[in-house]
Every structure is written in C-alpha cells, then in structure tokens.
Ligand binder design. Structure first.
Ligand code: NAD
Ligand code: UDP
Ligand code: UDP
Length: 343
C-alpha cells in the first residue's frame, strides 16, 4: 500500500507540475463528500498531495474504499462511513460536496434516494458550512440544462428539463440543490461555489455504471459489440478528470460565487466516439444500434468563457490522450477481475 501511495504521488507530480506544496499555516481542513467515488478520489489525491487535512464522508453507494486506500494510515487523512442525508458535526474550513450518484443507471436505481441525497444532503452540508463558517462548493451538473435549446450552454441559460421524466430525480435534484446554495448564501451568508460539471471520464470510473465511456471501452477491449443508443447523432463533450479537479480547486479558491461551467468544449457525436474508441483499442468490434434512451439530451457542449475569465482555467488534456490513459486503466481492471474470478 505504501508503494502504491508513493507511486500515486510520483504519478501526480508528473501530471501536475503546477501542484504547490503548502507551508503549515496554509493547510486547510477539507471535507469531501462522495470522496470515495470517481471524481472525489482524484480530488482527494490532489489535496492530500498539496498537504491539506482531508476528511472523506461517503456511504459507498457507488464509491469504493479501494479508490482512497492508498491514503489509509496517513495522519492527514480520515474516511467516514457517512450518509449525507444524516447531519454531520465536524470542524472544517472547506467542503467539496460531491456526494450523489452520477450515472443515469445509478441515479435511476433509487430515484427517491437520489432526491434525498441532493436536497437533504445539500441542506445538511450547508447547515454545517453555516455553523463552522466554511466555504462550500456544490458539484452541480450540465444536466441542469436538460435537453438544451441553447448551444453551446452558457451559465445564464435556464435549461429545458422534464420535471417528471426518468432523469428528473437527478436533474431537478441538482437544480434545487443550486437553489438551496443560493438561499443559504443570501439568508445566512454562507460562501458558496457552484460548479456545473460536464461529462467527465478517466481512471476509477466504475466498470458497470453504464456510462458511455466505460461501456464503449470495455466492450471494445473485450471485442464485444459496441452499444449505440438511438442514431448516435446526439453529442457530448468529454473532459478528462485531472482537468476537472484543477477547475474545482480553482473555483473553490476564487472569489466568484455564481455558477461556473467546468467542461471540455471538444464536442463529438456518440457515433464518432464509438468509432474513435474502436480504432484506438483495435479489436474491430461491431457497432450495434439499440433503442434511444428516453429524454436523452441531443446536444451538449459547455461555453467556458466564464471559467476562463474568472478562474483562468481551461482544460489541458486532449481527448485521445485521456482515452488512452483510461483504456490502460480498464485493461488492468479487466485483468484484475479475471484474476479474482480464477482465485
Ligand atoms: P461517483 O458515483 O463515482 O461518486 C459519487 C460518490 O458519492 C460515491 O462515492 C458515492 O458512494 C457517494 N454517495 C452517493 N450518495 C451518497 C450519500 N447519500 N451519502 C454519502 N455519499 C454518497 O460519481 P462521480 O462521477 O465521481 O460524481 C461526483 C459528483 O460530480 C456528483 O455529485 C455528480 O453529480 C457530479 N458530476 C459528475 C459528472 C461526471 O461526468 N462524472 C458530471 C456532472 C456532475
Ligand atoms: N447540520 C449538520 N451539521 C452542522 C450543522 C447543521 O449536519 O454542523 C444540519 C442540521 O441537522 C440541519 C441542517 O444542517 O438539519 C440545516 O441546518 P440549519 O442550521 O440551516 O437549519 P436548522 O438546524 O435551523 O433546521
Ligand atoms: N450511450 C450509448 N451507449 C451506451 C451508453 C450511453 O450510446 O452504451 C449514449 C447515451 O444515450 C447518451 C450518451 O451516450 O446519449 C452519454 O451517455 P452517459 O450515460 O455517459 O451520460 P449522460 O447521458 O448523462 O451525458
């Protein structure tokens, strides 16, 4: 485990030459809800490497201890098995509130729990922020724009969401979570930051969460048919996870309190995306058409002028580079799974 931790440190230093190491007085106590998940665990790595004290609160619905186990036993790290629907009394300076299932398959599995997590969970974290005067960053989503009529999506667009469709538990959950943030900011003077995160991918995505990146890569690696929902002409813009982590930290550290899109504007049709992954993996899978998902947004691309202007942030990792790193991760995961099945 120690070797893995050192390996992780070296890897991070290589990828993020800009990481600054802190003096003791600049060290903050940071809570990351959902920190055992895909995005959260990468944020843990970055903040731990910078030298902060990091507490993760996670109920392990979609997260895994394995994502953060390389920090177990480190004096600056603590992992709480905690559901954010319940109150949490600790002392912190900053809260990154990421707890929520994120893939359609997972958030539709228990829509009521998704709503509770995004409403009651967000109220609890804002109640905590208010009591200890912490700053809170809410992980919102491009899904607040629904099936958008404005393209690319700017933050002042109000969105086009079906309030009773299958995606509503998540879309409306996040919309009201934003509303709650600004109510606490106005009424109780809590410092809030709202990141509208666009489709993100990278190592530690779940193998089976049904998202397009994990599905296509695993199908391609196994030589199985690649499942294209609908005609494949719907678009998404994919950002690599290290760019998102930089954006979240820049937003938290900024003085900007309005919502900010964090995403990569490099837009592709899902059909092209299938072809690209198929070519990169090189197993020549066939591409199979499946019925379209209900209420599937047709186009999605962030306008990131606001992030550029107020955070001096923009994505750095190109899609092909990101996909190659992710393919490598899934190749190892599949190997690990085969090994586990044999033993
Ligand atoms: P993830 O499923 O890997 O991580 C979510 C984490 O939250 C998991 O560890 C899960 O166990 C935990 N969690 C869920 N409900 C909880 C609860 N009630 N109490 C405590 N912990 C709980 O997903 P992710 O991709 O890492 O997403 C992280 C955040 O970013 C989410 O809020 C998501 O809505 C947002 N986001 C992600 C994307 C993306 O493309 N990955 C896009 C937009 C927004
Ligand atoms: N809360 C929490 N940790 C704290 C402070 C509050 O989890 O340190 C929860 C608390 O249970 C409450 C919610 O946050 O339900 C909202 O708190 P607030 O103070 O806004 O509301 P009130 O307690 O007045 O209902
Ligand atoms: N998609 C697909 N095949 C899959 C999984 C997803 O064609 O096996 C499509 C899906 O219909 C959507 C896009 O890929 O148009 C992105 O889906 P994902 O679930 O990754 O994210 P979201 O819809 O939340 O952007």
């Amino acid at each position: 485990v120690l070797e893995q931790r050192i390996g992780e440190l070296e890897k991070q230093k290589k990828h993020f030459p800009e990481v600054k190491f802190l003096s003791y007085k600049d060290r903050k106590r940071i809570l990351i809800t959902g920190g055992a998940g895909f995005v959260g665990s990468h944020l843990v790595d970055r903040l731990m490497i910078e030298g902060h004290e990091v507490t993760v609160a996670d109920n392990f619905f979609t997260g895994r201890k394995r994502n953060v186990e390389h920090w177990f036993g480190h004096e600056n790290f603590e992992l709480l098995n905690h559901d954010v629907v319940n109150p949490l009394y600790i002392e912190v300076d900053e809260i990154f509130h990421l707890a929520s299932p994120a893939s359609p398959k997972n958030y539709m599995y228990n829509p009521i729990k998704t709503i509770k997590t995004n409403t009651m969970g967000t109220i609890n974290m804002l109640g905590l922020a208010k009591r200890v005067r912490a700053k809170m960053l809410m992980a919102s989503t491009s899904e607040v724009y629904g099936d958008p009529e404005v393209h690319p999506q700017t933050e002042d667009y109000w969105g086009h969401v079906n309030p009773i469709g299958p995606r509503a538990c998540y879309d409306e959950g996040k919309r009201v979570a934003e509303t709650i943030c600004y109510a606490y900011a106005k009424q109780d003077h809590v410092k809030v930051r709202v990141a509208r995160i666009f489709n993100t991918f990278g190592p530690r995505m779940h193998m089976n969460d049904g998202r397009v990146v994990s599905n296509f890569i695993i199908q391609a690696l196994q030589g199985d048919p690649i499942t294209l929902y609908g005609d494949g002409m719907q678009t998404r813009s994919f950002q690599y996870v290290s760019d998102l982590v930089s954006g979240l930290i820049a937003l938290m550290n900024s003085n900007y309190s309005q919502p900010v899109n964090i995403g990569n504007p490099d837009e592709h049709t899902i059909k092209d995306f299938a072809v690209i992954i198929n070519q990169l993996v090189g197993n020549n899978s066939k591409i199979e058409m499946r019925p379209a998902m209900q209420d599937d947004p047709k186009r999605r691309k962030p306008d990131i002028s606001r992030a550029k202007k107020y955070l001096s942030w923009e994505p750095k990792v190109g899609m092909l580079d990101g996909i190659n790193r992710t393919v490598e991760y899934f190749r190892n995961e599949l190997k690990r799974r085969r090994h586990d099945e044999r033993n």
